[in-house]
Design a protein around this ligand. Structure first.
Ligand SMILES: [Zn+2]
Ligand SMILES: [Zn+2]
Length: 383
């Protein structure tokens, strides 16, 4: 392709192995042509990809993936969005990276021309999924609206690529986008400043890294709530000042005991249940903010009068806008916290269905399961 720079040091094959979604819950391994980068894009040779709960959603329900205006089934679509790798080819006009650079990625390259993209809120792009046929706005969200990472190569816009320091493992580098999502919720969307109090509800990957990011940002105290002691223990290692097992206690009272009876400045709500959302409302202080980071499947009944009377802010978060992922990498590169504590298992790319089962059923207490296209020997890492 014209203008694409490749190197003899990293030959790019014509075709690659890729997993694609067939019917719901069906993954098929196929051979696909290796894609080539256009202007301001690079080709990434994928070295590792983490499985996200949203991948499981997409493979089962289809949404929030959107391929050619509809569900992603039987469209030769490759899911997977939390990957890292090595730069293998440069598109026209790219001098920000060199072939051979280790990089990790964020998901969304918005269209670049809508109101939200122009504000840096490209994960809220008004042209989401409009990247085909006559309506092509050039939007990319790899693993959602364009091919993702459960394969050997992927194309990324350079705005979505972040260099990985030599001191960081492949597995840890896949977690940057998760940390970036938590960062976006707390800083750009939330406006957190040092010394404010934060509760994180739900110790999944986003919740656990929200604890780590909140602590690094100087929040105090940082409190994590959940039902599994093993997860809460990881939260402590990532910087939580206190953890509360909600099974044993009235969580609203317990938070107020720790943070003062007015409640906390921020809640990052990662549990998604109606009870958890109402608890979040009742543990937030007047004028406080609640970041809704989990998506319940059903509409929830919430204590709206309490929200209104107390001047609270509730906001949903979609992904990792305003380059928050790049800033999360700064924390991780600086070893402010050890994100690799949430990485529990590694599988070969060929074993993706088994890796997805580990993530879905939380086999062996799995949190983040990573799949590697290279170094294909299977590793199981104990927490
Ligand atoms: Zn994800
Ligand atoms: Zn846009």
């Amino acid at each position: 392709m014209s203008g694409v720079k490749v190197s003899d040091s990293m030959p790019v094959p014509e075709t690659m192995k890729a997993w694609v979604i067939g019917d719901p819950d069906e993954l098929i391994q196929v051979e696909k042509p290796v894609p080539m980068p256009s202007r301001a894009e690079i080709l990434v040779r994928i070295d590792a990809v983490a499985i996200c709960a949203t991948d499981l959603e997409i493979i089962h329900y289809g949404t929030p993936a959107l391929i050619e205006g509809g569900p992603p089934f039987n469209k030769n679509f490759t899911p997977g969005h939390e990957y890292m790798g090595t730069v293998a080819a440069l598109g026209e006009g790219v001098d920000e990276f060199e072939i051979g650079d280790r990089v990790t990625v964020e998901i969304h390259a918005g269209c670049g021309q809508c109101k939200r993209c122009r504000q840096g809120m490209y994960t809220s792009c008004h042209n989401y999924g409009l990247n085909y046929g006559d309506v092509n706005k050039g939007h990319r969200a790899n693993g959602f609206t364009t091919d993702g990472g459960f394969t050997e190569y992927a194309v990324n816009h350079i705005n979505t690529v972040i260099k990985v320091p030599d001191t960081m493992s492949d597995e840890e580098a896949t977690l940057v986008v998760t940390a970036g999502t938590s960062m976006y919720g707390l800083t750009e969307l939330g406006g957190l400043v040092a010394g404010e109090s934060v509760v994180v509800t739900g110790p999944g990957p986003i919740g656990l890294l929200a604890v780590a990011v909140a602590k690094s940002l100087g929040a105090s105290p940082v409190i994590l709530t959940g039902t599994r002691d093993s997860r809460l223990k990881i939260g402590l290692a990532l910087g939580a000042d206190h953890v509360i097992n909600v099974k044993d206690t009235n969580v609203v009272d317990a938070v107020k005991e720790l943070a003062g009876e007015l409640g906390v400045d921020y809640v990052v709500e990662c549990a998604g249940s109606e009870v958890a959302i109402n608890d979040a409302i009742h543990m937030t202080n007047r004028g406080g903010k609640i970041c809704l980071a989990a998506f319940p499947h059903d509409p929830a009944k919430i204590d709206l009068p309490h929200v209104v009377k107390n001047n609270m802010y509730l906001y949903g978060i979609r992904g990792e806008g305003r380059s928050a992922t790049h800033r999360a990498m700064a924390f991780m590169a600086d070893k402010q916290f050890d994100a690799s504590l949430i990485h529990t298992h590694t599988f070969a790319l060929d074993d993706l269905p088994e890796a997805l089962r580990y993530a879905r059923e939380r086999v062996d207490d799995a949190i983040k399961v990573v799949v590697k296209a290279r170094d294909a020997q299977q590793k199981l890492k104990a927490v």
